[in-house]
Every structure is written in structure tokens, then in C-alpha cells.
Design a protein around this ligand. Structure first.
Ligand SMILES: Cc1cc2nc3c(=O)[nH]c(=O)nc-3n(C[C@H](O)[C@H](O)[C@H](O)COP(=O)(O)OP(=O)(O)OC[C@H]3O[C@@H](n4cnc5c(N)ncnc54)[C@H](O)[C@@H]3O)c2cc1C
Length: 534
């Protein structure tokens, strides 16, 4: 369990809020390269989160303080940060700035999955056609043991009766899709690269929060060293600076003892051409799925694969992750030997690995759930809030659901009660995501692989003699319920929000038309000398 941030000594007990867990002060600064806050406390006492946080009204009206538009800062232009920017914009917020630590947003990462519950949100943001022309609509998910015996196969997305697809997509291309929409809708000057959030400060009951930025590419000060806003959303990933400042004793992510090696290679399609393959067991696993619509259009498959091995004993008390750089390639000799004889779903694993040019290494890590994400005008989102094992294909999905929930709650805060809206967002999202973190630690839906390995290590002819059908189905259904993508719920929300993207686009067009007319008449007035100060 994460220990709370200690209250500074000068905070007398009388002023402390009656919570046992929360960092009580806000306003920390972390210079680049310095571990731990430099304790520049600015502001004090936060409201007790357990005291009924006023739930924001569910029916969005006009965003609070509009006009003038409140400024919202998002730290991190990953999937979570960019989705939050788009969701907030669709909810009516205009003045949104995204600060990204990297100096360039390139197509980093390999494959990622987006479950229907998040695809629905992206559909409602008008992004479905672009996703369809970028990623692959996953058709089925197939589990095998390490001998290649089939355990269970289930349809996915629209093939399973969902109103929207499940997508398998390249993380970097997905990020570019979101970035292009942000540039187009919010303006090309709203994503500030080479700006790492380094600290923040807010006064209790004040109207603003100030975010501080540094450059990681050099010692030069950031172009925008600080900015004041109504809200600061920290979507700065598993190594979140904001979270480190709020929970300084937490330390690095928690290593599972397993390492993932990931790569992508173009080859001929296998199974349905849009199939996910999951093989092995908890300590040695192989996963593959195609991720490129462009490649599929050529009759081929760009197959994203993941080889996973346990490298540290499960009972090793050392949870420190080994050093790793997600952007650097590693030699295949580190991991490929144990997979040499594996064949599953028509894929010869060694051949797939051998034909891949670049392989990346990812220690599989997560973080313990924290009891609180929202602190006054600051909140955490995505991996910064709930880093989880990449089991059950949920990291990006949950970040997108966070984004929609945050935008809805802020838009409903018509009185401008930012802290209340952020507390309401946290109340909706923290409990379910904490459950997913824990479910993924217990193997999530991949539990079927572990059962097959434990009950029939030498393989089987009939899986149902090893794991009864009802037990297999129950594991999948239970995980969908925990992760919030049961078909009935998603389809109900899809019906309720049908046409939302189109309505929003129409509203936007008419707003732009009005703005153009206003500009034209202002220019006309200026030319005629009307309204110009003497
Ligand atoms: C380079 C990279 C590659 C990845 N590859 C994969 C993959 O192949 N498959 C997979 O399943 N998941 C991958 N992930 C993780 C996956 O993207 C997330 O689990 C999920 O999408 C949730 O997204 P997020 O926006 O919360 O976090 P992330 O996607 O991690 O995005 C966080 C963003 O914040 C930026 N950032 C970090 N610190 C600061 C700071 N102090 N100030 C401002 N910005 C900051 C980071 O540069 C990053 O752009 C990858 C993440 C990264 C960063």
C-alpha cells in the first residue's frame, strides 16, 4: 500500500483534513534530474474527499465559466492526454493546452487494443472512420496452450454483436490519429512539445492552479515555464511526475517479474486475417494480432507480437523494475530460445520472431491503486492514475473512458465547482480501475491459459475434459464485467448516444460560421471607423 505524502511539519494538526491517506498540501516543484520534491509548498488544506463530494449533474449544459472559457492544462500527449483534450473540446471547452515531455511525437510503441467500450467514445468523437482506415477490426480471440492445443475461441467486437468494433492498432499511429484531430479541432498551436510538467501550485479555494514546465532535451528553460489554468490534468503516464509529487514515497512502478519483448512484422494473414492469438501460460506467453488496415488492404497482415517470460521468481520481494528504454531495440537472443518449438493458430513463433527487424523490451509493471487522484484543481488520468499490466487489452481503453468521464463531469459543473467535478470523476473511475489492476495481477482473462497449464501440462485432445465449458465462459464474462465492456451495457450506451458525433459536428460548423460572421463584421466596422477608439 502506498504511504501518504507526509504533511509538512508546520501544518498543525488543527488544520489537517481528517483523512488518513491523502497528501494534504498541493504545490510542489521538481526540477529536472532531481528525485523527490524540493518542498516548495504553496497552498494548504484540501477538502476531505470522503465528505460527500458533490456529484456533478449528469445533463451537461454550458461548460462552467463560459464565457470566458476556462483554461485547461493537460500534461502528457499520450493516448490518455490527447483523448482527454478531444473529449473536453467536444464537451464545449475551448482553451485547452497539452504539454508533452518528449521533443517530438513520433510513432512509438507497437500494437495496442481498444475495446468496444472505448471505441464507442471515439465513435462519439467522430473518429470511427479514421480508426477503420488505420487499425484492424478484431474478429476473434483464440487461446492455446503451449503445445498449440485450442482452449477457447470467441468472436470480438461487431463479430460478437457489439454495436462498435474492437480495434487492434499501432500505438504510434493511434496517437497520430488523435494528434491530428487535436490539431484540427483545437488548433495546431495547442500541443507544446519539450515541456515536461515539473511542479504545480494552487491556493486552497483559489480560482486557478499554476503548472510549471522544464525541458528534458536541454538545460534551457522551457518556452512556457509556467501557465495558470482552472484545471490541471496529469496524463503523464506510468512514471507520472504529478503522481510522484503527490505520493513521494511510492517509488518506481512495481515489477511483475516478467518481461515483454515486442515486435511487428508483415506476413501473410493467419486464421481469419483479423485474429488475436494468446498462447502459453502465466510465465511464458506468446501473443499475436494484426494491426494495420493499410497492410490488410494489400492482402497481407502487419502482425504485432509479444513474447513474455518470467525473469524473476514470483516470490522475489524485489519489485524494482530492471532498467529499460521503450525506444531502444534489443537482441532476440535474450528471449527466443524457449519459444523455438511453439506453433499456435497457424503461427510458427520462431519464424515470426526471426523475420522481425526490430524488437523492443518492456518490463511488465503496474502500480498499486492509490486512494485518491483529485486534489483541488488537479487530477490524474490514464496510466498516471491506474497503470496496469497489459493483460486483457485495457490500458488505452481505460484511459479513454477516463477522458470521457472527466469531460462529462467538468462540463456538468455549471457553477464552476472544479474540485467537486474532479472528485466526481474520481468517484466514477477510481474504484473500477483499481479492480482491473488487481484482476490483471491475477492474470485477468488469461486465467484460462494458467488453468490449462496447471490441469493438463502435457496437453489435451478435448479442452472441456480439462476445463468445463461453463467455467471457461465464466472467466471471460467475469473479466468483461470488471473491465466494463459487457455487450449489453456498451450497446445500450451506443443506442443512447447514436448521432452524437454528427450533432456535435453540426453545432461546431454553425459556431464557426457565426464566429466568421462576427470577424467579418468587426473588420467592416474597423474599416468604417466604427468602434475604433479615437
Ligand atoms: C513510448 C511509449 C510506447 C508504448 N508502447 C505501448 C505498446 O506498444 N503497447 C501497449 O499496450 N502500450 C504501450 N504503451 C503504454 C500505453 O500507451 C498506455 O498504457 C495507455 O495508452 C494509456 O495511455 P496514457 O496516455 O495514460 O500513458 P502514455 O501512453 O504512457 O502517455 C504518457 C505521455 O506523457 C508524456 N510524459 C511523461 N512525463 C511527462 C511530464 N512530466 N510532462 C509532460 N508529459 C509527460 C509521455 O512522453 C507520454 O507521451 C506505451 C507508452 C509509451 C509512452
Amino acid at each position: 500500500m502506498v504511504r501518504p505524502a507526509p504533511a509538512p511539519p508546520w501544518l498543525t494538526p488543527a488544520r489537517q483534513v481528517p483523512t488518513t491517506f491523502a497528501p494534504r498540501l498541493l504545490g510542489f516543484s521538481l526540477r529536472h534530474g532531481v528525485r523527490g520534491p524540493t518542498a516548495r509548498y504553496h497552498a494548504v488544506q484540501l477538502p476531505d474527499p470522503s465528505a460527500a463530494a458533490p456529484r456533478a449533474q449528469k445533463q451537461p449544459k454550458m461548460p462552467f465559466l463560459s464565457p470566458p472559457a476556462p483554461t485547461i492544462i493537460i500534461a502528457g500527449a499520450g493516448i490518455g492526454g490527447l483523448s482527454a483534450a478531444l473529449a473536453l473540446h467536444a464537451a464545449g471547452f475551448e482553451d485547452i493546452h497539452i504539454f508533452e515531455a518528449s521533443s517530438k511525437l513520433t510513432t512509438l510503441g507497437v500494437g495496442i487494443n481498444v475495446q468496444p467500450s472505448a471505441v464507442l467514445i471515439l465513435r462519439n468523437l467522430g473518429l470511427l472512420p479514421t480508426l477503420q482506415s488505420t487499425g484492424v477490426e478484431t474478429q476473434d480471440l483464440n487461446y492455446f496452450n503451449r503445445h498449440g492445443n485450442a482452449i477457447v475461441s470467441e468472436p470480438r467486437g461487431v463479430h460478437a454483436g457489439y454495436a462498435v468494433p474492437q480495434f487492434s492498432i499501432h500505438r504510434g499511429e493511434f496517437q497520430q490519429v488523435l494528434l491530428a484531430a487535436v490539431n484540427e479541432r483545437l488548433g495546431a498551436d495547442r500541443v507544446h512539445v519539450d515541456h515536461a510538467l515539473s511542479g504545480f501550485a494552487q491556493e486552497e479555494g483559489g480560482d486557478t492552479i499554476t503548472a510549471h514546465f522544464t525541458r528534458r532535451s536541454s538545460d534551457e528553460p522551457a518556452t512556457i515555464p509556467s501557465m495558470r489554468a482552472a484545471v490541471l490534468v496529469a496524463a503523464d503516464g506510468i512514471n507520472s511526475t504529478a503522481r510522484r509529487l503527490l505520493y513521494p514515497d511510492e517509488g518506481p512502478p512495481r515489477f511483475s517479474g516478467r518481461v515483454l519483448w515486442r515486435g511487428c512484422v508483415e506476413r501473410e494473414p493467419y486464421l481469419s486475417g483479423a485474429s488475436m492469438v494468446w498462447a502459453g501460460h502465466a510465465d511464458q506467453k506468446f501473443i499475436a494480432y494484426p494491426i494495420s488496415a493499410a497492410c490488410a488492404a494489400r492482402g497481407a497482415s502487419l502482425v504485432n507480437w509479444i513474447a513474455e517470460l518470467r525473469v524473476r521468481a514470483a516470490d522475489d520481494p524485489d519489485l524494482t523494475p530492471p532498467p529499460a528504454d521503450w525506444t531502444k531495440t534489443v537482441p532476440k537472443a535474450r528471449f527466443e530460445a524457449p519459444f523455438a518449438a511453439w506453433t499456435c493458430g497457424g503461427l510458427a513463433v520462431k519464424q515470426l520472431i526471426d523475420s522481425t527487424d526490430r524488437v523492443y523490451e518492456f518490463p511488465m509493471c503496474d502500480r498499486d491503486p492509490v486512494p485518491r487522484w483529485s486534489f483541488g484543481r488537479l487530477t490524474l488520468l490514464g496510466d498516471a492514475a491506474h497503470a496496469m499490466y497489459p493483460i486483457g487489452s485495457n490500458g488505452a481503453t481505460q484511459a479513454i473512458i477516463d477522458a470521457e468521464t472527466l469531460a462529462r463531469n467538468l462540463a456538468a459543473a455549471t457553477t464552476g465547482d472544479v474540485a467537486g467535478a474532479l472528485a466526481a470523476y474520481e468517484a466514477e473511475r477510481l474504484p473500477p480501475t483499481a479492480k482491473i489492476v488487481m484482476a490483471n495481477r491475477a492474470n485477468g482473462p488469461d486465467h484460462v491459459l494458467q488453468l490449462a497449464e496447471e490441469r493438463a501440462p502435457e496437453g489435451f485432445d478435448d479442452v472441456h475434459a480439462v476445463i468445463p465449458r461453463a467455467e471457461l465462459e465464466a472467466i471471460g464474462a467475469a473479466y468483461k464485467a470488471v473491465a466494463g465492456f459487457e455487450r449489453e451495457g456498451v450497446n445500450r450506451r451506443a443506442r443512447e448516444t447514436e448521432g452524437l458525433a454528427e450533432r456535435w459536428l453540426r453545432r461546431r460548423e454553425s459556431r464557426e460560421k457565426v464566429q466568421t460572421q462576427v470577424r467579418v463584421s468587426e473588420v467592416g466596422a474597423a474599416e468604417n471607423g466604427v468602434g475604433v477608439a479615437a
